[in-house]
Design a protein around this ligand. Sequence first.
Ligand code: ADP
Ligand code: MG
Length: 403
Amino acid sequence: MATSSTNTKRECAGPVIRACRLFRQRFGSAPTHAASAPGRVNLIGDHTDYNGGYVLPMAIEHRTAVVVGPSSDQQWHFVSEHADAAQISVDAKKINDPLRREWTSYIRGVITGFVEAGFTVDPLCVAVASDVPVGAGLSSSAALEVAAATTIEAVVGARLEPWSIVLLCQRAEQRFAHVPCGFMDQAISVFAQSGKAMLLRCKDKSTSQVELQPDDAVVLVVNSMVRHNLASSAYADRRSSCERALALMQRTGLEDPACLADVGDPAQLDALCNEPGGERLRARALHVVQESARAAAVKEMIESGSVDLVGLALNASHDSLRDLFEVSCAELDTLVSITQASRGVFGARMTGGGFGGCMVAFVDPEYADQCCREIADEYAARTGLIPAWFITSGARGAHAEPV
Ligand code: ADP
Ligand code: MG
């Protein structure tokens, strides 16, 4: 069975080997430390994280590698095969400048996190190589941060608490890349186990691993190949709608939820309709409450082998993201409806923040090969876009690598 399209970027030599090669070419010596971290796909539970709800991500086989060695001057030197392999050098005294904004921001944020935690980190030469598609909603940013943090952990000879690494990386992205992200992406990149997804309750950071059942269904990811500019402004808008809905529920509702996902009975959200613009707020909040419940339920469905029910939950999630939360787009809707109608597909949904990026589906392994090609052909015929796709089994989280 083919497990990816030919335009899915996973080259023959893995990212660690390529990063070591790039390091030797640029810096003229061998690296001393290396680590890799995976990208991720969220099976279900979108826009629930910042509402304290459940999410169910899994790590994908595409990884980012960060390799380092000592710098001979008082400068940090960065090179990534992604960023045209152009070298960026930063004075050691200016490494913690959050105003400087390019791809090294993510790593400089991580370095600053270690320094603020009391570690001495001498300047390094850093080379990066990755198979995680950048900007496709598979979290290349968290893979970069977590791989960098895991490498620096090895350099300073410390073992940080895994949650400290997660939160250090989240802060790096918030402060240095100026992205108001949650911690789901970093958490799955740190905690992922091979062959498993992870149910994470964002309210209290509780986690449980969920064994996937590849004989029942495989997980297919298809990249829509679009990303609309609306994404970041719409994200901020949806976040503030959720905050407003929560404040109103706390003031006027019969319940007093600590977070929106805590609302036990969706009927209570009807109280929001008495407010100006309340219908829309209710729709946003209803998505959050039901989506979080779906994510928790899907864990049980996977474990009991109820793949048909998983499929229905994925379909319901897509309907809700499209109609109630309004974060889908024409290309994702087309891709999802083609997939849902394909033989052997249990269910499909957009995944991630929305307005482009990827779709995720549960597919009968017997039909997977044929249906991936059919979906890709049909999507190309309808949109003129050639989608990249791959099947994922759930990869291992971040770890140090031999150099
Ligand atoms: P996503 O996380 O969905 O892939 P983001 O916009 O959050 O998309 O993060 C993408 C950004 O992360 C890139 O624009 C780049 O700045 C940085 N990045 C990710 N991976 C790499 C890499 N391998 N090399 C250099 N920069 C990277
Ligand atoms: Mg990202």
